[in-house]
Design a protein around this ligand. Structure first.
Ligand SMILES: *Cc1c(COP(=O)(O)O)cnc(C)c1O
Length: 391
């Protein structure tokens, strides 16, 4: 069978579920309520505060502070925990670049630690190796929506007096040993950017149980004001990084949709895992042991080029795209991100670097497709493999 990339008929011509899903009646109602009510900003409106409380409560956390995006949420959480100039924050090498740039924003230095080969999550033993006299915090990233090993990392933090900031940008609704992501460190940040499991196009939230961290984060995101202070009282330096009421209106109803959406992805991933069990050359990476709920924000697949006639991951992705299956090449290892080099010591991260050549992603909207569509992924991969292997 001729590959679609060579002019053949694609396996799939039907599309994929859209992300974000179509707006609900409740989202329209709340959005219009804000628009017509005239209270568009969080300083006078009530929806941002209501959403922050509801989101934090959904994970049993005490406080939430809504901000303009996840990156600045991480920056503010670090600052609220006292991270600043000359401090070092340990970040995994396989993550979105914002995990590291947030550290730079806070004035500190990101120090990269490699990830574990099986799950690509931050490796506690790699963290231990890079802890030094300037280390102030560790940032466990809940990659693909499964929490990092926060017990092992928490033990290290306690032993060395370090703070822990969860990068939960992909982990709305996740849990580890039954404990929700967002409550597994000193503070956590979630993102509401377009691709995330809850979204308002942009947005983010800092979640914490710590009153002091909450007060500081709130102040820093609101021009240095105090919770009970005056409008022109700025006892410390802060910025306007507030979310708008429009974003909260779009987000509030999603709290009630999240569980159903995660269940749909759980089902799809289980189905796909079954279909791929006997498939030579593509393996779904497992969530870290101890994961009680992954949001399946991404499906991580290991591509074995040897099983595909030695053809590269890029060739595979291009061939799959032509067959109607849009895969994603995923992250480059942060150890190879030239823009970060002035801010971080170059540490070799062989596992993250190998993942660059071997790991492909299924984004969450593919994992919300029906069985027929999921079968098309496997059918297309089998077709590409046959053609790559040659006669
Ligand atoms: C999306 C994301 C961020 C940044 O969030 P923004 O809202 O886009 O600023 C940080 N870390 C990870 C792992 C992410 O996926």
């Amino acid at each position: 069978m001729t590959l679609a990339i060579d002019g053949g008929t694609p396996v799939r011509t039907a599309g994929w579920p859209a992300w974000p899903p179509p707006a609900t009646a409740e989202q329209r109602r709340l959005l219009l309520e804000v628009l017509d009510g005239g209270e568009w900003g969080a300083t006078s409106g009530t929806k941002v505060g209501a959403f922050a409380r509801a989101f934090a409560a959904s994970m049993g956390a005490r406080h939430g502070v809504c901000v303009v995006n996840g990156t600045v949420g991480l920056f503010l959480a670090l600052r609220a925990l006292g991270v600043g100039r000359d401090d070092e924050v340990i970040v995994p090498a396989y993550t979105f670049v914002a995990s590291a740039t947030a550290v730079v924003l806070a004035g500190a230095r990101p120090v990269l630690a490699d990830v574990t080969p099986d799950t690509l999550h931050l490796d506690p033993s790699a963290v231990e190796r890079v802890i030094g006299p300037r280390t102030r915090a560790v940032m466990p990233v809940h990659l693909a929506g499964a929490p990092a090993d926060t017990e092992a990392l928490g033990d290290l933090c306690r032993a060395h007096g370090l703070a822990s900031v969860e990068d939960a940008a992909q982990a709305h609704g996740a849990s580890r040993h039954g404990r929700p992501a967002g409550t597994l460190g000193d503070a956590a940040c979630f993102s509401f950017q377009s691709s995330k499991a809850m979204t308002a196009g942009e947005g983010g939230i800092i979640v914490t149980d710590d009153d002091r961290v909450h007060e500081r984060a709130w102040s820093l995101h609101n021009v240095g004001r105090r919770l009970s202070g005056g409008w022109y009282e700025h006892p410390e330096l802060g910025w306007n990084l507030r979310m708008t009421e429009f974003q909260a209106a779009v987000l509030l109803p999603q709290l009630g949709l999240l569980d159903g959406q995660i269940a749909a992805r759980e089902r799809a991933v289980a189905f796909l895992a079954g279909e791929l069990e006997a498939f030579d050359g593509l393996d779904l990476l497992p969530a870290p042991e101890g994961t009680t709920r992954s949001t399946h924000h991404l499906g991580l697949l290991r591509y074995d080029s040897a099983a595909f006639g030695g053809r590269t991951k890029a060739e595979f992705i291009a061939a799959m795209a032509a067959e109607g299956v849009p895969l994603d090449a995923g992250y480059r290892s942060l150890s190879r991100e030239a823009a970060l080099l002035p801010y971080t010591e170059p540490v070799p991260c062989p596992v993250a670097e190998a993942a660059e050549d071997a790991v492909v992603w299924l984004r969450q909207h593919l994992l919300m497709a029906d069985d027929e569509a999921l079968c098309d992924i496997v059918t297309a991969a089998a077709k590409v493999r046959r053609a790559f292997r040659g006669p």
